[in-house]
Design a binder for this molecule. Structure first.
Ligand code: AOS
Ligand code: ZN
Ligand code: ZN
Length: 386
């Protein structure tokens, strides 16, 4: 029998990190649909992120992206965040938007380009020192477009050399989170394409190096929860970039496309002892057509719902059914938890925290959307973005 008090206590500890870039305008390579009232600065992104935390009570940290969130004084930005009940979280590097990186960054054949890329990564660690961030997230767009273009093996050597230098720079309590992605923007090889490559590099680098699982970064049909269970078992799961995908790395709201997959992932996290501060639960999303703040609130709620269902699994009954080889009963135990409507339970948790049970509705009533549109554009919200 599941202890509901323990489930609620666990849910109260959960925090989901929101990404600064999810608050700003974004789009696809075909069009960026701008929205009235979006933030014009990192500080305004934090103002919006504070709304997500105010209404969910579960989003106290905000990931930054360098250079998108570059400021003169990061300690001051951290203080600004703290005044709003937030903390600056993961620092995301960017070695994919500079013309010098056409043939790659840390894997580039030219040592001067590799030096420039490593310099950027070391700057990100300096920023971590200033913001008090624990994690440096590294996603490399590096790869090749044609067979023969470059030496696949030599590129791994270059990557290892760069990662080793950056890892050596990390201070006490700091980590590097290496994120893999099967495809795009390169088309023939990607230098960190899958969990195995990321794991192999992190294994060599030691305990400061961990793997990030972005739920949009796999081939269709990949069993992501298997990867999660394996990385947790090896002590190498550093965190998630949660989002949803129907086609590719769509960066849609977490849990919106396949809530059952998100539940199965969260069950492996709970089962593997990963439900704690050692595994960073981050969102990595781009809200191209939907209003951003409510979409981020919804994503946090979707992660909470998947987690609540995972916590409700009767682990004793499941283990007994598995041991006895009772396939149908074991599956039924898991499906019973998944098919439980956990919204009332989460509403109770929110009310016990002094929050509105419906964070999206509460946000919509707050008038924040109208306020920021007036202040940031002087125009009126078109209505759909409220
Ligand atoms: C790119 O597809 C990856 O998901 C990155 O994690 C993410 O978009 C980037 O970190 C934003 O800087
Ligand atoms: Zn990501
Ligand atoms: Zn991605």
């Amino acid at each position: 029998m599941t202890d509901l008090a323990a489930v609620k206590a666990a849910l109260r500890t959960q925090s989901v990190e929101t990404p600064s870039w999810a608050y700003g305008n974004s789009g696809t390579r075909f069009k960026v649909f701008t929205q009235a009232g979006v933030p014009r600065s990192p500080r305004e992104k934090l103002d919006d992120a504070a709304q997500v935390h105010e209404f969910t009570g579960a989003a106290p940290t905000v990931a930054l992206h360098i250079p998108w969130d570059r400021v003169d004084d990061y300690a001051s930005l951290a203080a600004y965040a703290q005044e709003r009940g937030l903390r600056l979280g993961t620092i995301n590097s960017n070695t994919f938007q500079d013309d010098d990186y056409r043939l790659g960054s840390v894997c580039h054949p030219d040592p001067a380009v590799r030096r420039k890329a490593v310099g950027h990564l070391l700057e990100c660690v300096d920023i971590m020192d200033a913001t008090g961030s624990r994690d440096l997230k590294l996603w490399f767009a590096d790869g090749t477009n044609y067979p023969g273009q470059d030496d696949i093996r030599a590129r791994q050597d270059r990557l290892a050399e760069a990662l080793s230098e950056v890892c050596a720079r990390l201070g006490d309590g700091q980590r590097m989170l290496l994120e893999y992605k099967l495809f795009e923007p390169s088309f023939y090889t990607t230098d960190v394409p899958d969990w195995g490559t990321a794991y192999a590099h992190c294994l060599r680098l030691g305990e400061k190096a961990q793997v990030v699982v972005d739920t949009g970064h796999h081939a269709p049909g990949t069993n992501i929860e298997f990867i999660v269970a394996t990385l947790l078992r090896e002590g190498k799961l550093g965190g998630f970039d949660f989002n949803s995908r129907f086609y590719a790395d769509d960066d849609l709201m977490a849990g919106a496309a396949d809530p059952f997959q998100l539940f199965r992932i969260m069950f492996e996290v709970v089962r593997g002892g990963g439900f704690g501060p050692g595994v960073a639960f981050m969102l990595d999303q781009c809200h191209n057509i939907e209003a951003k703040i409510p979409a981020i609130i919804r994503s946090v709620m979707n992660v909470q719902e998947a987690t609540a269902k995972a916590l409700l699994v009767d682990r004793d009954a499941l283990a007994a059914a598995q041991r006895s080889g009772d396939v149908l009963d074991a599956n039924a135990v898991l499906m019973d938890a998944y098919n439980t409507d956990v919204r009332p339970l989460l509403a109770e948790v929110r009310e016990e925290l002094g929050l509105d049970p419906d964070p999206v509705a509460a946000y919509r009533r707050s008038g924040w959307a109208m306020k920021i549109t007036e202040e940031r554009t002087g125009g009126r919200q078109s209505g759909w973005g409220a």
